[in-house]
Design a protein around this ligand. Structure first.
Ligand code: SAH
Length: 244
């Protein structure tokens, strides 16, 4: 009788422990699949792959980078929607598809060193950082440069170098670059950026004033080959270019 009741107690204890473990496992599973993972999958599969971009490395990078951490807290839930969003100081983070399209057109290699003009939130730089060796990015608004640098460091994007300054001048100490991406719109191509592009390098830019044409250049034997991609709308490039 004594032995039986000890067995009964042990069995009851085991039952409760197992039940507790199952409940805990169910709870932790629930928190793992958080809203942003589902939203990123939807963004990548529907907005990006759905429009014909199928580079697996790029799609993986866009699944990985937590875009909602690059927008103001109040807009977090809109981070994965199919449009640009304000990031403060009158600037915007581009629509996810446009980020993907510009990155895809650059045909990046893991060994590339890339220059970005217009750091903004740092989102485009974070995507690039997963695809290439080093990313150099320049932002003309000090507070945006500072917060992007801080954000990128705290999220662990160690191969991104942020500089506060006028991207018109490029980053001469680090040239030549295998690719240049301009994420603000200049009316014409800044001369220093052409010079800092490596032979065989690619440069993508929304070129124009109010409405722009996304244009890809390739440096071949010192000259630029040009290909127009699609009309786009970006914030204008500021600073020295306005004095040209
Ligand atoms: N790539 C950014 C979005 C860019 S918005 C992202 O992923 O969030 C365009 C940015 O270009 C703005 O932050 C604007 O301040 C910056 N900009 C405008 N003119 C510039 C210049 N001459 N040099 C560097 N940055 C410039």
């Amino acid at each position: 009788m004594h032995v039986l009741s000890r067995r009964a107690i042990a069995a009851t204890f085991l039952f409760f422990t197992l039940t507790q473990m199952i409940v805990c496992a169910a709870k932790s599973n629930k928190t793992e699949v958080s809203w942003d993972i589902l939203a990123r999958k939807d963004m990548v599969y529907n907005q990006i792959r759905g429009r014909g971009i199928d580079d697996e490395r790029l799609l993986d990078a866009m699944l990985e980078v937590e875009r909602h951490r690059f927008v103001p807290k109040t807009l977090e839930k809109l981070a994965y929607a199919d449009h640009p969003l304000p990031i403060g100081k009158g600037q915007t983070i581009s629509q996810p598809y446009v980020v993907a399209l510009m990155t895809d057109e650059l045909k990046l290699k893991a060994t590339d060193r890339v220059l970005e003009i217009g750091t903004g939130s740092g989102y485009q730089a974070a995507i690039l950082s997963l695809l290439v060796k080093e990313v150099y990015t320049i932002e003309i608004i000090r507070s945006l440069a500072d917060s992007a640098a801080q954000r990128l460091t705290s999220l662990g994007y160690e191969n991104v170098h942020v500089r506060y300054g006028d991207g018109f001048l490029g980053w001469p100490e680090e040239e030549p670059f295998d690719a240049v991406i301009i994420t603000c719109a200049p009316p014409e191509l800044p001369e220093p950026l052409i010079r800092q592009l490596a032979e065989g390098g690619r440069l993508i830019v929304p070129l124009g004033d109010d409405f722009q044409m996304l244009t890809l250049y390739k440096k071949v034997a010192g000259a630029l080959e040009e290909r127009k991609i699609t009309p786009v709308r970006f914030v204008p490039m500021r600073g020295l270019i306005e004095e040209q």
